[in-house]
Design a protein around this ligand. Sequence first.
Ligand code: FE
Ligand code: FE
Ligand code: FE
Ligand code: ZN
Length: 190
Amino acid sequence: MPQAQSKSASRSARSERDEPDAMENGLSENLQKDLNDLFLMGLKDIYYAEKQILRALPKMVKAAKNEELREAFEAHREQTSGQIERLEQVFQIIGKRAQGEQCEAIQGIIEEGKEVMEEFKGREGLDVGLVSSGKAVEHYEIARYHSLKTLARRLSMPDAEELIQQNLKEEEEADRLLDQCGGTLMRQAA
Ligand code: FE
Ligand code: FE
Ligand code: FE
Ligand code: ZN
């Protein structure tokens, strides 16, 4: 029977720090390997996603009627090129070739955006729909970058973590900017 754990110890009760083969960062070899694999998998996923987003944003720019929204999409398209370059630096840091892996999640989110563009073409609510589609993309990216940042930190890769943090910050700013645009658009509609 296991010994009773104090409350503070219970959080780390499942860590493997007492294993004979424990690494210096407190991760077992197996968990360290899995976290590295998850990091690479997530990196390939978001690299593919960013490239798809780079291709989708000009369509959003074209579709948007409101100038502020159009400029927001255009500015984010330029940011996205820089984000792709940062991801290439992260691949370099971990000594892997920059390579995307097909992500059906982002494909689906972008596909929904296209549906909104078709369904609301020529209608007054089009731009509000575009804001909503844009936010779905940003939130997917934010979720991915959060995980990658946490993994980079746990795996003691500060340079990779910093690059990921820069991308994450831009996505969060884009999300907020879309909220502002959406607010303006809905006040105009009132
Ligand atoms: Fe992005
Ligand atoms: Fe994905
Ligand atoms: Fe984004
Ligand atoms: Zn949000």
